[in-house]
Design a protein. Structure first.
Length: 223
């Protein structure tokens, strides 16, 4: 398939307590696989940030550490994009967010939003794009589609059954944007997901714009 292949869902050991692989090794593996970039989506939540330090400033610095570590191995043919997997206070649902930079996270308290309904006006104001991650994994709650821009229809995490087939059918039924990502935590031999962007992208704002305007195709996978 033509385009520039990026994985949209990556966790680093530097910043996510659940990840087992450092950014350097992740980047090396994906370069070997022929990818053109990664979206580093380390966890953003009260629970995760409580492990990072006492002040919000300290917590954000830890959250950014995986992205910054990966960025050191960026080159003209492989770019590292800042994203996040955010969890709100109401339950254990996770959401992938793109369209911001480091300063944005420093300036805005991202860990105390109650739910996607409260987050939606904030996302609209700041031109963020929001996809529910693995929406049909056990323990997840289906969200009103008006609070979402799309859903992750392929999640490659091998330790969970994310019911990707159900997510795909749900997205088709309600004409939601679809996203594919590995949800990488440590399995260097997994079958990674991702999307082919029509243009080569170099930052999170460009990724959000491409996703918003459907200028991408899903990596081929078994639904």
């Amino acid at each position: 398939m033509k385009g520039y292949l990026f994985d949209t869902h990556i966790h680093t050991k530097e910043a996510s307590s659940c990840s087992r692989v450092y950014a350097e090794d992740i980047v090396k593996r994906y370069k070997e696989l022929g990818y053109k970039g990664l979206c580093i989506t380390d966890h953003v939540s009260v629970h995760q940030f409580s492990r990072h330090g006492e002040s919000y400033e300290e917590q954000v610095e830890k959250y950014l550490s995986g992205y910054r570590a990966a960025k050191k191995f960026e080159d003209e043919n492989f770019h590292i994009i800042l994203g996040m997997e955010i969890r709100f206070l109401e339950n254990d649902n996770d959401y992938l967010v793109y369209g911001f930079d480091e300063d944005f996270v420093k300036k805005h308290d991202m860990i105390h939003f109650k739910d996607p309904e409260e987050f939606r006006p904030f996302a609209n104001e700041h031109n963020l794009i929001v996809f529910q991650a693995h929406p049909f994994r056990t323990g997840m709650t289906v969200v009103d589609r008006e609070f979402l821009d799309g859903v992750e229809v392929y999640n490659g995490h091998g330790d969970h059954n994310s019911s990707n087939d159900v997510a795909y059918k749900w997205a088709e039924k309600y004409a939601l944007r679809k996203l594919s990502g590995s949800d990488f935590h440590g399995n260097l031999s997994l079958e990674p997901g991702g999307v082919f962007f029509e243009e080569y992208l170099t930052d999170s704002y460009q990724v959000a714009e491409a996703l918003r305007n459907n200028k991408y195709n899903l990596k081929i996978f078994e639904k």
